[in-house]
Design a binder for this molecule. Structure first.
Ligand code: H2U
Ligand code: ZN
Length: 344
């Protein structure tokens, strides 16, 4: 790309800046390094609190489910009942506000040893359908429905059983508020969707593109913070997950599989990440908002070397050495077949 020297990139979606230092990565890509053999897991684990029939930490038992299973989080960060903080000061330096919400856990599969990357397409499609259905149901009660997955021990996820979460709340969280403001401002000036115009430019430039199909694009955003960060975008204007058509859901399942297989293949490991959906806030106008998913993976150089957001990043602004263009090129070069299926 044109920028070989230190520069800052603007995140048009959040309004934040990121420092990019390409001069620190002059050495060529060396390919995968030190793959970590992961212990083979069984399809059922008697000590797993997510496996069918097992007891959870609060004593409740999971049903003998098959397919996708959703339950109320036993240790929710938000409560549906009024928190009683109504008397908190709404202005001044010691400001607080009451918040209501709910938290749920989504088991993607009854199989303890599956993952989105390795699940059959139809099973990934079933997860997409549940994401859409849950966001419609909870969106009737809450302004923000955050669907996400924390994957891998590096992301603080202790249980390998394939699962994600939903936290919803009646206020807009920080990231949602930033994206709402940026997309709203762009729409009011240009009369067009920020992320639709952005996708068009990315497709034209091609250097940060990873994959595309009839309905979706996967790319390393120009403003990526994490080394192998990705953004998933629908090709047509779609405000929220429940608005996705059946063909768009099927195509999303396919894209997710292709993207996550490449992630696993990068370091030949069960690639850790946080994945999450940002759809338009509920109960408000949505003309300015384009649905999208963020994938934030922490790994930098190998299955064990992660990027730390510390020091300058914590105190000043996020910084990366590897450019978004280099990351996209590396991801594009990976095989489409999952490494675990490759015959020796
Ligand atoms: P992770 O995705 O970070 O592993 O979190 C799993 C969630 O499952 C976590 O929010 C919940 C935890 O509160 N959980 C239950 O609801 N019941 C249990 O028996 C254990 C964990
Ligand atoms: Zn399990």
């Amino acid at each position: 790309m044109f920028l070989q020297n230190p520069h800052r990139r603007y995140n048009a979606l959040s309004g934040d800046w990121v420092l990019v230092s390409p001069q620190r990565t002059q050495r060529p890509w060396q390919g995968r390094q030190e793959p970590v053999p992961s212990a083979a897991l069984a399809g059922y684990a008697s000590d797993c609190y997510l496996c069918p029939g097992n007891q959870r930490a609060n004593g409740a038992h999971n049903p003998a489910y098959s397919g996708v299973h959703v339950f109320e989080n036993d240790f929710p960060a938000l409560l549906a009942a009024d928190s009683g903080a109504a008397h908190a000061p709404a202005a001044g330096l010691l400001r607080a506000q009451p918040v209501r919400g709910e938290c749920r856990v989504i088991c993607y599969s009854a199989q303890h040893n599956q993952a989105l990357a390795t699940m059959p397409l139809a099973a990934i499609g079933a997860v997409v359908d549940v994401w859409a259905q849950q966001s419609a149901e909870l969106g009737a009660r809450y302004a923000w429905v955050q669907i996400f997955e924390n994957k891998g021990e590096l992301m603080g996820c202790s249980n390998p059983h394939p699962h994600g979460q939903i936290w919803c709340m009646d206020a807009l969280p920080n990231e949602a508020a930033k994206e709402d403001r940026q997309q709203r401002d762009y729409f009011s000036v240009h009369g067009k969707l920020l992320l639709a115009d952005y996708a068009q430019q990315e497709e034209a430039q091609a250097e940060r593109m990873l994959l595309g199909n009839d309905h979706w694009l996967a790319l390393v955003p120009f403003w990526a913070l994490w080394p192998y960060e990705l953004l998933l975008l629908p090709r047509r204007p779609v405000a929220r997950l429940p608005d996705l058509s059946a063909p768009e859901r099927t195509a999303l399942a396919a894209l997710l599989q292709q993207v996550l297989v490449r992630y696993d293949n990068l370091f030949e490991t069960a690639f850790p990440y946080s994945l999450g959906w940002h759809g338009a806030p509920f109960g408000a106008d949505a003309a300015h908002w384009q649905l999208h998913a963020h994938l934030y993976p922490p790994l930098l150089r190998s299955a064990t070397v992660k990027k730390f957001m510390v020091g300058f990043e914590l105190l000043a602004e996020a910084q990366r050495d590897l450019t978004a263009e280099q990351a996209a090129a590396q991801l594009r070069s990976l095989p489409a077949q999952h490494y675990s299926l490759r015959s020796a």
